[in-house]
Design a binder for this molecule. Structure first.
Ligand code: NAD
Length: 248
């Protein structure tokens, strides 16, 4: 029997990276997974990779009406994995109003919207687990050139803790996962955008005590744990998973 047998889970940004690995890992553990993303080709390939073990649906988390519709279509949910997020490179002086608004919209408002949509159903069912993908670049550590990213991921942690505090009496748990640097398509894109992708990779690896990047599957193990009843005594936390970058 899988560790998530009977659990209904919704994952955002499941087309690639951490969201994709999480959707696959939860499905392997017996969960009923609705995997969502804006990239329909990525969803098709995910469905094929899962061999029919999960459902896919296009969802742009920037669209409030679409979020409501997706949550309604998903039916009663036990687990939300709020994964969509974007990295803006630069200091406050590089972050114009448009960059600020885009990062706030995707990194924070989308999570606010999703949580408001799923919480009433979770409360009615007597419990649920909200898993927010934050980052160590947040209220945990300052990373150069991550001004609006760090600010919004700190916001993700703050929202997670508030929800944990407000709904602990109704059986809702809310936890944030704070990854370090993880090898995903968007990281590869960012390395290319810096000009010399190989030099950028060396710099990312060099700041890692383990001298390697994380893998999406390693984050997905933590997602499965926080989705499962194994973590029943865990709420309001920030789980650092970063190869030692933050703490050693
Ligand atoms: P990624 O950025 O490679 O892929 C993200 C997915 O999000 C893509 O499939 C894309 O189509 C989808 N997406 C983009 N805009 C969307 C929207 N409006 N609605 C729905 N889906 C949308 O994935 P990743 O690097 O694994 O990042 C996932 C999360 O993990 C993000 O919140 C990111 O900030 C966080 N994170 C990543 C790292 C890392 O090093 N990769 C580290 C810490 C935290």
């Amino acid at each position: 029997m899988g560790r998530l047998e009977g659990k209904h889970c919704l994952v955002t940004a499941a087309g690639a990276g951490i969201g994709r690995a999480s959707a696959l890992a939860m499905a392997r553990e017996g969960a009923q997974v609705l995997a969502t993303d804006i990239d329909e080709a990525a969803l098709e390939s995910l469905a094929a990779e899962a061999g029919g073990a999960l459902m896919v649906r296009r969802l742009d988390v920037l669209d409030a009406t679409a979020v409501q519709a997706a949550v309604a279509a998903a039916g009663p949910l036990d687990v939300l994995v709020s994964c969509a997020g974007i990295v803006h490179h630069g200091t406050i002086l590089d972050c114009d109003e448009a960059a600020w608004e885009r990062s706030v919209a995707l990194n924070m408002t989308a999570m606010y919207r999703l949580c408001r949509a799923v919480l009433p159903g979770m409360i009615a069912r007597g419990g649920g687990s909200i898993i927010a993908i934050a980052s160590v670049a947040s209220s945990l550590i300052a990373v150069p050139n991550r001004f609006v990213y760090g600010a919004t991921k700190a916001g993700v942690i703050g929202m997670t803790k508030s929800i944990a505090a407000d709904f602990v009496g109704q059986g809702i748990r809310a936890n944030a996962i704070c990854p370090g640097t993880v090898e995903t398509p968007s990281l590869q894109e960012r390395m290319r955008a810096l000009g010399d992708a190989e030099a950028a990779r060396r710099a990312f690896v060099e700041r890692q005590p383990m001298k390697r990047l994380g893998r999406p599957e390693e984050i997905a193990h933590l997602v499965v744990y926080l989705a499962s009843d194994e973590s029943a005594f865990t709420t309001g936390t920030e789980h650092v998973i970063d190869g030692g970058w933050t703490n050693i």
